[in-house]
Design a protein around this ligand. Sequence first.
Ligand code: SAH
Length: 458
Amino acid sequence: MRYHIWTLGCQMNVADSQRLASELERQGHQAAASPDEADILVINTCVVRQSAEDKAYGRLQELAKLKRTQPDKVIGLMGCLVGVRAPERLREKLPQVDVFMPPSDPQPMLDFLQTRAAEADARALEAEARARQDFLQDHPEEAEGALVLPAHERGHLVSAHVPVVYGCSHACTYCIIPFRRGIEKSRPVGEILGHVRSLARQGVREVTLLGQIVDRYGKDVPDGPNLAQLLRLVHRVAEEEGIYRIRFLTSHPNWMTDELLDAVADLPRVMPQIEVPVQAGNDEVLARMRRGYTVAQYRELVSKIRARVPDVAIHCDIIVGFPGETEAQFQDTYDLLAELKLDKVHLARYSPRPHTVSARTMPDDVPPEEKKRRHQLLEALQAQVSAEINARYVGRAVEVLVEGQHKGKWRGRTPQNKLVFFADEGQDWRGKLARVEIVSASAWSMQGRVLSGELVRG
Ligand code: SAH
């Protein structure tokens, strides 16, 4: 059968959808060219903000209509809208859904399809099994952690995500993730290395290790490696298997150790990019968010990261309009961003989420227009900051890992994860490292020209 997956939300969901797609293809299913042609339709949901939840419900309504005329279609709902245990209420409310899957767990869909698959074409299955094995060469797909990419990504995907910590136990007062993804759980190191190794053998050249608080990796495993040690292990696999770049996100300021920063600085394949959200630039707001640090501590951390990791790019997240955020408190956030000049800021307007401490105990008292205004002010500020930072690259040569083509140009990223476009019809650059001179830059991307042939890495 043919499947289509709509993925909403974070990179963890992207990774979860990829795992589901991989498992579906292991059962012999194939990606549909468009949703209309799919027999299996899955929405992998996000509820971190109301707007994301609304998107999922919008799609579910369309699918309810579809199911009425075409009852054979298999409809799956996955992710944070479902939660660790799909509540009975949800099942009653959404009769169009055949299968509910918790975050990171494709098993219910696999079980459902298997019971339907009596008539599956055994020959097609066998051919796919052979193709998968060819790509993995001497690395069996049964190897611990191995992931066989869906056929449309196998040999094409350049940059992939690898979950290393599932769930979260921190409980920021605004955040629904711990309720939906369950408690923090580090993935066994052997599985992670097996996953990375299998990706490399299918052409992947960059891996991003994922966790809600990725710098807490290993804290729940006695005698297991911490994130710095994990990076060293992944680095060794990268050298053996031809992975050029390693990144990790998202970090929490309180767990960012010197050992971790030293690992980033020491290991040539770990890219100089640190994603470390501050969320707000005012101590009272941070305390109400229960983030566990002060603005002064964050400021010090930024200096330390910059001192220890040369040419580092620092990214952060900000929430505007948190309950009780005054104009002066917002101004503190504005001033902090103006002072720190971070490379990239992901901005969000506060939205109250079910079960969270802030939704239960703090009135959502910043009006929507005011949230919008604050959002726009920070957006304008950051556009200026990013443009200023990117302008410094003009005239410099940078190393670009090319991910694919876009409107006739090659599209890739620098070590600092900045987007670069360049034209070159002479060579297929996908998955390769190019030396590119930056010719012009904006806040969002840079244009360059390629300087030499492929940079070779072992
Ligand atoms: N665990 C990661 C990512 C969390 S979700 C972290 O701690 O950074 C990604 C971002 O969404 C958060 O960093 C936060 O800025 C934003 N976010 C989370 N809950 C939100 C809410 N209720 N309203 C608005 N933004 C929210």
